[in-house]
Design a protein around this ligand. Structure first.
Ligand code: ATR
Length: 280
């Protein structure tokens, strides 16, 4: 990384990248903490990814975030992959080390747990069964976060059974696949329900699930952040469950990345939340 007095550069590599909220987030913190630096949207086509990643060092970047569709591709382009990122199978943060080598991290697992602890500070994944809906990239990070936090039972269900089975392979003794048709029954006795599917997002139908079997003591989290209150969260709130919206994960996953790029551990504040909410 560059010296403490220098102008620090970072950005987000994606294709397209205009939808990324990362420049708003990091830009907010750069001005809040008075850091001399910039955080740029970096549109990089898939075939240009190797050149772009290699170019970070030459351009004097501290590092970059990586978003769709590059989170898998960048795994093979860094010199070392953090164990959490390796288990998730995706990198969302690349850090240029002092010796010029590149390290790949995944901060989504951290961001998810931090978003739950914003709402319930003493949350422990080991406190009861978790139900995870969906088996895409976000689900992988969330399942890893729950396992690493001590979960003893993760009930995983996905429309396409094979994708859930593949993800469960990460720890078959603790991750149990439930057929999609049985998703409502799987809520019985759960302490946490997480939606990682696109259902409930603006322009998509609501998630089709009956919450009757879910204890009212369970937390309900949705990684969808547009709208902030999805139909799932609205239904859960009405029956008394504690709910966690998807903006928290988005904000918290940026914390370790910002610290690695700029040397300051930033706070997720109400001001930051408002700044990002204004862009939704
Ligand atoms: P991400 O990497 O953001 O998690 P993804 O890999 O596209 O995105 O995964 C989207 C998730 O939403 C998947 O679990 C997908 O289920 P499939 O594996 O069967 O595709 C789920 N999903 C998408 N549309 C859905 C629908 N109509 N009903 C239920 N699940 C749906």
């Amino acid at each position: 990384m560059a010296g403490p007095q220098s102008f620090k550069l970072a950005g987000v590599i994606g294709w397209p990248v205009a939808q990324s909220r990362s420049p708003v987030l990091h830009g907010h913190w750069l001005s809040q903490y008075g850091i001399r630096g910039a955080y740029l949207p970096l549109p990089v086509k898939p075939d240009a990814l190797p050149d772009a990643i290699r170019g970070l060092r030459a351009l004097g970047f501290s590092g970059c975030n990586v978003t769709i569709p590059h989170k898998l591709g960048v795994l093979k382009l860094v010199d070392r992959v953090d164990p959490v990122a390796a288990r998730i199978g995706a990198v969302n943060t690349v850090v240029v080390q002092d010796d010029g080598t590149l390290s790949g991290f995944n901060t989504d697992a951290y961001g998810f747990l931090a978003s739950l602890r914003d709402v319930t500070p003493d949350f422990k994944a080991g406190s009861g069964p978790a139900v995870v809906l969906g088996a895409g990239g976000a689900a992988r990070a969330i399942v890893v976060s729950l396992l690493d936090d001590g979960a003893t039972e993760v009930r995983l269900t996905n429309r396409t059974l094979e994708r859930a089975q593949e993800l469960a392979g990460i720890d078959p003794s603790r991750v149990k696949v439930v057929p999609w048709e049985s998703r409502s029954d799987a809520l019985s006795g759960a302490a946490l329900l997480v939606n990682t599917t696109s259902q409930g997002m603006v322009g998509y139908p609501p998630l089709d699930i009956a919450l009757d079997a879910l204890p009212t003591s369970a937390m309900v989290s949705d990684i969808v952040y547009n709208p902030l209150e999805t139909p799932l969260l609205a239904a859960a709130r009405k029956r008394g469950n504690i709910t966690v919206d998807g903006l928290g994960m988005l904000l918290h996953q940026a914390v370790p990345a910002f610290e690695a790029f700029y040397g300051v551990r930033p706070k997720v504040s109400a001001d930051l939340r408002r700044a990002v909410e204004a862009t939704l």
